[in-house]
Write a protein that binds this ligand. Structure first.
Ligand SMILES: [Zn+2]
Ligand SMILES: [Zn+2]
Ligand SMILES: [Zn+2]
Length: 515
């Protein structure tokens, strides 16, 4: 008999699977460890069962226990099948389980089930039962959902059931409830449709989004604060992507910023919601009622007017069938629907106030994409140094350009013999008599001055040739600061960084961001 100090458990996973698949319990040999009998518990010694015969015996006992529990729970689930879902069902299942386990524990045995094993066993039955309950709850919800009820009832050849509810409650109130239900959905849809534009409008005049150049400056400034090579290399390899994520984060921060217990997104959402409710209330008042007007006609006219305020769906149009059931007191109906709308406004106030990143992400149109789209324009990058084209949506022709280029080593250009990253900017290189080669030139030397001969993409870049045009202090600073990281990233060697790049003053570097 082996003695083990390890915690006891029976490998539940194997049991779990087998319960589902084969309606029987199998115990994995390797993990077959269970408690000592209770009477020896005070020794606090756990026992590993090595004897195959004993193992088989316990296996059989647990199998039959599991089958009887399963049987009793299934019997119970069958019994409540057609009842409306009730939270007490879960407790009843627990009781059935506890009863069975207690009976099992009370029988004299040489071993005992561990608590952990019991919990896992129970959670397995519970999971099975929850499936049942979920179906029941859905059935229950569907049965009690007014809107679904209306949909269902209209599919029947007769309105008898529907009429039944009507006779038990004031027709005007029921009609107001159903109508308000449809309006609620349409108002929410409308809020979600209008929000992106509202957020965009609130942000488009921010300094950051004044121009592509301004945005780039802001991002470069933030990158310098972060001082992370990872962010720099992401920016260099896919600048447009980096800019877009920056805008996205900015919009997220803006939208979730709280003021007076209200997020900025919540404030905008509430503004739209309230605006829609006010317009609908005006619309309700505008549809006149006189002694001859029928409810049906009233609804039709209301629908015509309300369509301009919120998107009304087919469900709403189905409600015209409701007019078959004569609502006589239209004035009273109008008061009720206005009351309902006010109630809606109140209950949504707090919900909308808390709207944040999650709701922002759920919008079909993304405000950050709207900003990036109008701001970024051309996303092409220099074939040498990777600097992004400065043109936005007003791109004249197909030629790309950038005011200033980076040191070429930033994009992985090196001297062929020393493998050292190149410090010179594209403008300087093109003004020189040097050659370059890369995959695009089939690794044949091409004069920088003749870079346009490489291919159409090289030809589409206008790079000013100017020996005095070294990269900005900012990018020299980046190169000097991360030269080791760049070399490692490209599998090349560090270049000798000019001492003036190393000793650049922070203020000077930051000022060089602004051109
Ligand atoms: Zn370049
Ligand atoms: Zn361009
Ligand atoms: Zn190339």
């Amino acid at each position: 008999e082996g003695i083990s100090g390890e915690p006891d458990y029976v490998n539940y996973e194997s049991i779990n699977r087998n319960l589902l698949d084969k309606e029987q319990v199998k115990i994995d040999d390797a993990d077959y460890v269970i408690d000592e009998p209770l009477q020896r518990r005070h020794h606090d010694i756990k026992r590993t069962i090595d004897d195959a015969e004993e193992k088989q015996f316990i296996q059989t006992e647990i199998e039959s226990l599991s089958l009887t529990i399963k049987y009793d729970i299934n019997e119970y689930l069958d019994k409540i099948q057609d009842q409306d879902y009730d939270a007490h069902f879960l407790w009843n299942i627990k009781e059935i389980f506890d009863k069975k386990i207690k009976e099992f524990d009370d029988q004299p045995k040489k071993y005992n089930l561990s608590i952990k094993f019991k919990v896992k066993m129970f959670s397995h039955y519970l999971l099975n039962a929850v499936d049942h309950f979920e179906r029941m709850q859905k059935k229950y919800r569907d049965k009690n959902d007014l809107k679904k009820l209306v949909d269902r009832v209209y599919k029947l050849p007769t309105y008898a059931i529907f009429m039944g509810i009507f006779t038990r409650c004031k027709k005007e109130n029921i009609a107001a409830n159903i109508l308000c239900d449809s309006l609620e959905n349409a108002i929410l849809t409308s809020v979600k449709e209008l929000l992106p534009q509202n957020i965009y409008d609130a942000l488009k005049n921010k300094d950051e989004f004044n121009s592509k150049l301004r945005l780039i400056e802001k991002v470069m400034y933030d990158l310098k604060i972060e001082r992370s090579f990872k962010y720099y290399i992401e920016y260099i390899e896919n600048t447009a992507n980096s800019l877009e994520s920056w805008v996205e984060k900015y919009v997220q921060n803006y939208c979730s910023k709280e003021k007076n217990y209200q997020t900025m997104l919540g404030a905008e959402a509430n503004k739209i919601f309230n605006n829609k409710v006010e317009s609908l209330i005006m619309c309700i008042d505008e549809v006149l009622v006189n002694s001859t007007i029928k409810f049906k006609e009233w609804l039709k006219e209301f629908n015509n007017n309300a369509k301009n305020i919120i998107p009304l769906t087919d469900t709403f149009l189905n409600l015209f069938g409701m007019a078959e059931v004569e609502v006589k007191d239209i004035e009273y109906f109008k008061i009720e629907i206005k009351k309902n709308l006010r109630r809606l406004q109140q209950s949504y106030g707090n919900i909308l106030n808390a709207w944040g990143v999650q709701e922002l992400d759920s919008l079909k149109e993304k405000p950050y994409k709207m900003i990036s789209k109008t701001l970024l324009g051309c996303k092409k990058q220099c074939p040498f140094c990777n600097v992004i084209c400065s043109w936005t949506l007003d791109h004249p022709g197909k030629k790309h350009k950038a005011e200033r280029h980076y040191p070429a080593g930033i994009a992985g250009f090196c001297w062929p013999k020393s493998k050292e990253l190149i410090l010179d900017s594209c403008n300087e290189n093109i003004a020189s008599d040097k050659y370059f080669r890369c995959a695009h030139t089939n690794f044949k030397n091409v004069k920088y001055k003749e870079y346009k001969s490489v291919n159409n993409y090289y030809r589409s870049w206008i790079i000013e040739s100017d020996v005095s045009y070294e990269a900005t202090a900012y990018w020299n600073w980046v190169f000097a600061n991360f030269s080791k990281d760049f070399a490692e990233h490209y599998g090349l060697k560090c270049s000798k960084i000019p001492s003036k790049w190393k000793n650049l003053k922070e203020e000077y570097v930051e000022n060089s961001i602004k051109r």
